[in-house]
Design a protein around this ligand. Structure first.
Ligand code: URP
Ligand code: ZN
Ligand code: ZN
Length: 469
C-alpha cells in the first residue's frame, strides 16, 4: 500500500521546500521533487493526499511526559491511552515517558510494572526513561542492563528531599555509571533542601496560596543546582540533560558549560515560554493551582521568557518537551487548598506543544526549520531514536503531520482531548493547526476525526544519545 503526499511544503531541521513524500507501508520510501518523472510514476497506483498550502512535517516527539504516575497522594489524570490520544491530536507521534524507582524499590520491578501499564494502551509509539530514586549498588548495576535494553536515559532529582532526591555523592556515582555505559543523565535541577526551608517558613507566616510555590522555588536555587549538576557531570564525565529549565540564571549555567564544549543540554517547556508567576500562578483565589509545577513559572518582571526564546535560537536550549503531568482541579489540585505544598505539581500540555511552539514561527522568533528541530529532530537524536524518528527521509518511520500554518483557533477545555477538567491554555488564540497525523503510515487523525487505536503504538527500544559533541 503506497501513499503520496503532494502539493505541500516539506519541513526538516535544515529547511523547507516543495516536495512529495512517498510512503510504502510503515516507512517513508522517498522524498521527491514535484513534477519529476519519478514523482509522476509514484502517483500511479498510490493513494494521493493533497497537502496544497500546508506544511508536511515529521511527527512531534515529546521526550518528557508523565502518564498515570503516582505523585503526592494522587495520580496524573491522563493514562497512556488518553494521554497518547491527546498527543496525537496535537501532532505528536512519539512520547518518552518515565518509569520510577522510589526509595527502597527494585529498578527492574518498577520498570516491569511501568511497561505493563503502557502495554496495549498507547495510540502512538513510546519509549521510557528510568527515574533512579535510590542510587545504590543494585540500581547502578541495573543501569547497565537497561542501556542494553533500550532505556538509555536516567532521571535524577536534586529536589524533593526524602522522596526522590539524590545527594551529590549518589549523583556522582550515577554519572560515573552513565559515563561507563553510554547513558544520558537527565536532571531535575533545583536545590530541594533549601526550597523546603523556604516553603516551611512561608507556610508558618501564613502564606498558603498557590503563588507561594513560585516564590519559594527561587530562580537562584534552580541556577545553583544547575551549576552543581554541570560540575558533577564534568567530574563524572557523562553527558547531562537538564529537564524543564525555567530560569534565565539556570540557562546562563548551561550556556557557560556549552561554551566550554561540555556535553550539557537543556530542555524547556511551553508553559515557561508563555506563562508567568504573576499572571498565571498568581491568579486570584485558588485558580493559580492550575499552574503549580516544578520548576515553577518565573516572574514576568525578570524577563525569563525573552532569554528562553533566545536560548531556543542559540541552541543552549535544544529541546522543547511538555513535562505533561495533568491533574484535575477538582479533588486533585484541590488537595492543596490551604497549603500550597500539597498541590500536586504538574501542568497538562501534551496536546499543545506543536501549536504553541509554532506561535514562535508565526511571531518571527524562530524559523520553520527550527520549530521542527526543537520539537522532533533534536528530541529524536537526543534520545537515540534518529533516523527512525524525527525526520522525513527514506527508511524513516512514516510519522508525518500535515499542518495548516494559517488556521486560527482558540484553545479551550471544550475542544482539547486531554483528561483534565480545565486547560492551562484556555482562551489562547493560536495560528496554525494539525490537519492530518500519520503514525507509521496509518492515518490516526484526519480532518477533526480520530482514527487511531489504543495499542497500535509500539514500544521503542532506544539507542544512545546521538547528540554528543
Ligand atoms: O511539576 C512537575 N514538573 N511535575 C512532574 C514531575 C517532574 O518533576 O518532572
Ligand atoms: Zn522534574
Ligand atoms: Zn517531569
Amino acid at each position: 500500500m503506497t501513499t503520496l503526499i503532494k502539493g505541500g511544503t516539506v519541513v526538516s531541521a535544515t529547511g523547507a521546500g516543495p516536495a512529495e513524500v512517498l510512503i510504502d507501508g510503515e516507512r517513508v520510501e522517498a522524498v521527491l521533487r514535484p513534477g519529476s518523472d519519478i514523482a509522476a510514476a509514484a502517483e500511479a497506483g498510490a493513494e494521493v493526499i493533497d497537502a496544497t498550502g500546508r506544511l508536511v512535517v515529521p511527527g512531534g516527539i515529546d521526550v518528557h511526559t508523565h502518564m498515570d504516575i503516582p505523585i503526592m497522594n494522587t495520580r496524573s489524570s491522563d493514562d497512556f491511552e488518553t494521554g497518547t490520544r491527546a498527543a496525537a491530536w496535537g501532532g505528536t507521534t512519539t512520547i518518552v515517558d518515565f518509569a520510577t524507582q522510589n526509595h527502597g524499590e527494585n529498578v527492574r520491578e518498577c520498570l516491569d510494572q511501568r511497561m505493563a501499564m503502557a502495554e496495549g494502551r498507547c495510540a502512538i509509539d513510546y519509549g521510557l526513561h528510568m527515574i533512579i530514586g535510590d542510587v545504590g549498588n543494585d540500581s547502578l548495576k541495573e543501569m547497565d542492563l537497561l542501556v542494553n535494553e533500550g532505556i538509555t536515559s536516567f532521571k535524577l532529582f536534586m529536589a524533593y528531599p526524602g522522596v526522590l532526591m539524590s545527594d551529590d555523592g549518589q549523583i556522582l556515582r550515577a554519572m560515573q555509571q552513565a559515563a561507563g555505559n553510554g547513558g544520558l543523565i537527565m536532571m531535575h535541577a533545583e536545590n530541594g533542601l533549601a526550597i523546603d526551608v523556604l516553603a516551611e517558613q512561608a507556610f508558618e507566616r501564613g502564606e498558603t496560596a498557590p503563588v507561594t510555590h513560585g516564590y519559594v522555588r527561587r530562580a537562584e536555587l534552580e541556577a545553583e543546582a544547575t551549576h552543581r549538576a554541570v560540575q558533577l557531570a564534568r567530574v563524572g564525565a557523562c553527558p547531562l540533560y537538564i529537564v524543564h529549565l525555567s530560569a534565565k540564571q539556570a540557562l546562563e549555567q548551561v550556556a557557560a558549560a556549552r561554551d566550554q564544549g561540555a556535553n550539557v543540554f537543556a530542555e524547556t517547556c511551553p508553559q515557561y515560554l508563555y506563562f508567568s508567576l504573576e499572571d498565571h500562578l498568581g491568579r486570584p483565589g485558588f485558580e493559580g493551582a492550575a499552574y503549580v509545577c516544578s520548576t515553577p513559572l518565573r516572574s514576568r518582571h525578570e524577563h525569563h521568557q525573552d532569554e528562553l526564546w533566545k536560548g531556543l535560537r542559540t541552541n543552549d536550549l535544544a529541546v522543547v518537551a511538555t513535562d505533561h503531568c495533568p491533574f484535575c482541579m477538582k479533588e486533585q489540585k484541590e488537595m492543596g487548598l490551604g497549603d500550597f505544598r500539597a498541590i500536586p505539581n504538574g501542568i497538562g500540555g501534551v496536546e499543545h506543544r506543536m501549536d504553541m511552539i509554532h506561535q514562535g514561527v508565526a511571531a518571527g522568533q524562530i524559523s520553520l526549520a527550527r520549530w521542527v528541530e526543537l520539537c522532533s529532530t533534536t528530541p529524536a537524536r537526543m534520545m537515540g531514536l534518529y533516523p527512525r524518528k524525527g525526520v522525513i527521509a527514506p527508511g524513516a518511520d512514516a510519522d508525518i503531520v500535515i499542518y495548516d500554518p494559517a488556521r486560527r483557533w482558540t484553545i479551550s477545555v471544550d475542544n482539547h482531548h486531554m483528561n483534565i477538567d480545565h486547560s492551562a491554555y484556555e482562551g489562547i488564540e493560536v495560528t496554525g493547526g494539525v490537519d492530518t497525523v500519520m503514525s507509521r503510515g496509518r492515518t490516526i487523525i484526519d480532518g477533526g476525526r480520530y482514527l487511531g487505536r489504543a495499542g497500535d503504538g509500539r514500544y521503542l527500544r532506544r539507542g544512545l544519545c546521538q547528540y554528543l559533541t
